[in-house]
Design a protein around this ligand. Sequence first.
Ligand code: ADP
Ligand code: ZN
Length: 216
Amino acid sequence: MDIILLGPPGAGKGTQAGRLEDEHGMVQLSTGDMLRAAVKAGTEVGLKAKALMDAGELVPDEVVSGIIGDRLDELGPDKGVIFDGYPRTAAQAASLDEILSSRGRKLDHVIELVVDEDALVERITGRFTCGNCGEGYHDIYKQTAKDGICDICGLSDFKRRPDDNEETVRTRMQEYRGKTAPILPIYDERGIVRKVDGMGSMSEVNDAIEAALKLS
Ligand code: ADP
Ligand code: ZN
């Protein structure tokens, strides 16, 4: 089963994709994570992407579609994929159709995470992760049990994404509204969009997604 998780920045796509990976053996393909890895490694893609990401603007379609195709080839046909943060434009949606059909795959569902945009800025600007084990936290909603120490691994090496500041978040929201939300009708016409309320707790949202995918 191949699915897309679609929703604005901060809607919880990454969190939910991680759960589907852990519980159902699917594989998360996050273009944001791949681009951040490329920036860190200083590759050609990373060099192109960095300034755009820091500004909250989209990276060119060919770049992200290229890395998605490459990653699918590495992965092989056996596992179902969760596209997280891709596609984000009509051109990327068209590329994804091509990328999937040329590999004998097809899109089964698009999960639309429906969220209250006002809540998102607070969600995003407060979030941070453990640089060692990757556990996610939030200044208000999910603090560490002991100040400054990761609950999971005990280290004190926390990170914030450079694009999680208010100004960049506003630009990311605009990009979502202007370029990404308009691709929903493409999938609606195919009857594969499942709307899920993204404002509940992590487990509630997970349950709703599993119900929509008939996994539970
Ligand atoms: P979020 O969904 O929280 O905004 P992501 O980690 O998905 O964050 O993306 C971070 C940034 O990476 C985006 O603001 C954009 O610059 C770039 N990016 C990620 N995926 C894509 C994509 N499919 N197309 C273009 N740019 C992308
Ligand atoms: Zn940790």
